[in-house]
Design a protein around this ligand. Structure first.
Ligand code: AGP
Length: 624
């Protein structure tokens, strides 16, 4: 989950050299830093130079910028840059990318894991090569140098190297022999091309170059790309020319800026009404029927589906759990929700009648990608719900349903979560429409309620001051979260937000489970959030949760209750109540999670923690 950037500009002569390659790459790294920030580095190439020039530094990008100010690199015509999330070897200067070879003539950066690096490294060491780092990447640099010395063609050398590597990788390389050229290869890890005027770009995702161009090329699996100022050549690993798909990025650079908020997470919490509204846009025809055009799965296939398996990780998995309640209720199809990294190891029972739904903001989560591949190998149909255009998972799915949350920069997911839930509602209603398990007027009624949700989310955000005050004074070392039905995944998500932002132990439970052991954790003063379902929900769901609040309150818990406006039944048992607008039971997560997001964000900010880039995390987990 590292961030990778490449730039190739005019390289006709020494008069073409400029600061631009370095400045474009540094700006791209700044926009990709959410993908990993353990260390950063750049390499530049200029005509006539006998070597590439490289600088790299442990820590955040700002450390590299300081180093470059103290020890500038020469002006250049091509450049590559890398911001790292450490896998092999700690976050040190030596382990930072780029890694050099061929007497400093070649520089390589890498995203992914080279699984056979140890054997390859032993071979090089036996030949007398001295390694300067503990990384798997350095092996790729030496392999590429050896192949280049034999072929004299950097793209051919990249193809040969790629075929020797096992594992996952996106590689970018520059060589002092080729001053205006960057060569890249991808296998499982992401890489997209930005098409400029007299210059071209490479990036782990479009955020790397969206401020320069919004016209991009999707690179497929096992492809090598060569960019120069005026040309982009793509081949497969055997050297056959490939014509990639062009797409236009549907958001601009300003969307990836903070817009006056103190953090991206603050901004993205406030973006949520728009994220839900835009995910709903354009999904119905003039008659009000759902038209999910991009699904690309024939209605007859959807009618034959006899099981749905949702695969995802982290927050996306909690969106999947919400989907389970909604889809089972609307469509009467059994829905399993599986953590993607567990999925393929349990030998799941799949058939051509199984619809696997992969939920992923980045579209690059390796655990989810591998689960998608396994599902398709087993003959299941795969539909992915994705926020990032041009990413890998949609390309490897039978169908895609895009969320339109815009770029989510903060590592902790908020607006993408609400957009994912919204997309799963749309999928459930579409299945109900296709399979006839709900009448058109019933579907229309739910859609009307869904379209009213952005305003309700906005109301919760506007009324968030009380939860901010509570957060600023919270000094507990542990917090519990309870919920029933669709409140249970919300409780899990609330706990995850607190863990990843404030580094506080937090745990989410199904409220009915508390009596079966976890209530032993309850002691005087322990803060416990409880998500209370609507009093209008069925089967006394509401009264049972009230009972749960009484049970923990009787043992001294500090009860922080999220309840529907007007629900006075909670008042005798709540130390604090955070009201949310009246909402149909199945749609409630869109509002009940918001106070929990605000709480975690505010508490972490109050403690001076880096809310946008929490320790040890990365936005896109592109290693298994
Ligand atoms: C969310 O706050 C986390 N950062 C993480 O759990 C994330 O949801 C998970 O890694 C899945 O990412 P994806 O949606 O990009 O696949």
């Amino acid at each position: 989950m590292c961030g990778i950037v490449g730039y190739a500009g005019p390289a006709g002569s020494i008069s073409d050299v400029s600061e631009r390659p370095l400045s474009v790459v540094l700006e791209g790294l700044r926009r990709l830093e959410y993908r990993g920030y353990d260390s950063a580095g750049v390499a530049v190439v200029a005509p006539g130079a006998s070597q590439v020039s490289s600088r790299k530094k442990a820590g955040k990008l700002s450390n590299l910028v300081e180093l470059l100010a103290a020890e500038p690199v020469p002006v250049a015509t091509a450049a590559i840059g890398h911001t790292r999330w450490a896998t092999h070897g700690g976050p040190t200067d030596a382990n930072a990318h780029p890694h050099l070879a061929d007497d400093g003539k070649l520089a390589v950066i890498h995203n992914g894991i080279i699984e056979n690096f140890a054997a390859l490294r032993d071979e090089f060491i036996a030949e007398g090569v001295r390694f300067l780092s503990q990384t798997d990447t350095e092996v790729a640099a030496h392999l590429l140098a050896r192949e280049y010395r034999s072929s004299g063609d950097l793209a051919a050398a990249m193809r040969a190297t790629a075929q020797l590597l096992e594992g996952t990788f996106t590689l970018l390389a520059v060589h002092s022999d080729l001053p205006g050229t960057v060569v890249g290869a991808r296998h499982d890890s992401p890489l997209v091309v930005g098409l400029g005027q007299g210059e071209n770009f490479l990036g782990s995702d479009v955020a790397a170059f969206v401020s320069e161009t919004r016209v991009a090329l999707e690179l497929g699996q096992d492809q090598v790309v060569t960019i120069t100022a005026d040309e982009v050549v793509v081949t497969d690993f055997e050297g056959r020319i490939v014509t990639p798909t062009t797409f236009t990025v549907d958001w601009d650079a300003s969307a990836a800026e903070k817009g006056g908020f103190r953090t991206f997470m603050d901004k993205e919490i406030h973006d949520q009404p728009q994220a839900v509204a835009e995910t709903l846009l354009g999904r119905t025809d003039a008659a009000g029927r759902l038209t999910l055009d991009e699904l690309r799965i024939d209605e007859s296939v959807l009618r034959a589906v006899d099981k749905i398996v949702v695969i995802a990780c982290g927050t996306a998995a909690y969106a999947g759990h919400v989907a389970k309640y909604a889809i089972e209720h609307w469509c009467r199809i059994p829905v399993e929700v599986e953590l993607a990294h567990e999925f393929r190891y349990r030998d799941p029972v799949l058939s051509e009648k199984t619809l696997v739904v992969a939920i992923t903001q980045s579209g690059e989560t390796m655990d989810t990608l591998m689960a998608v591949r396994h599902a398709r190998e087993q003959g299941a149909r795969v539909l992915s719900i994705v926020n990032t255009h041009g990413s890998t998972i949609p390309r490897e799915s039978d169908a895609v349903l895009y969320t339109h949350a815009g770029p989510e920069i903060a590592v902790a997911s908020t607006k993408a979560f609400l957009a994912q839930i919204t997309a799963t509602y749309l999928l459930g209603l579409y299945l109900a429409q296709v399979r006839g398990t709900k009448f058109p007027d019933e579907i229309a009624e739910v859609l009307t309620e869904l379209k009213a949700m952005p305003a309700k989310i906005q109301r919760v955000i506007d009324n968030g001051e009380r939860v901010r005050v509570i957060a600023r004074w919270m000094d507990s070392r542990s917090v519990l979260f309870l919920g029933r039905h669709v409140g249970f995944p919300v409780a899990m998500e609330g706990a995850l937000k607190l863990k990843e932002l404030a580094y506080i132990h937090a745990e989410g439970f199904a409220a009915g489970e508390i009596k079966h052991g976890p209530i032993a954790l309850v002691e005087p003063g322990l803060p416990v959030f409880v998500i209370v379902p609507s009093p209008r929900s069925r089967d006394s769901l509401h009264s049972k949760v009230i009972s749960n609040i009484q049970e923990i309150r009787a043992r001294g818990a500090r009860t922080l209750v999220i309840a529907e406006e007007g629900d006075e039944d909670v008042l005798p048992y709540a130390d604090e109540v955070f009201w949310v607008p009246q909402t149909p039971t199945l749609l409630a997560p869109l509002v009940t999670v918001v106070p929990l997001q605000i709480f975690a964000c505010e508490l972490a900010s109050a403690r001076g923690l880096d809310v946008d880039q929490p320790r040890n995390l990365a936005k896109s987990v592109t290693v298994e």
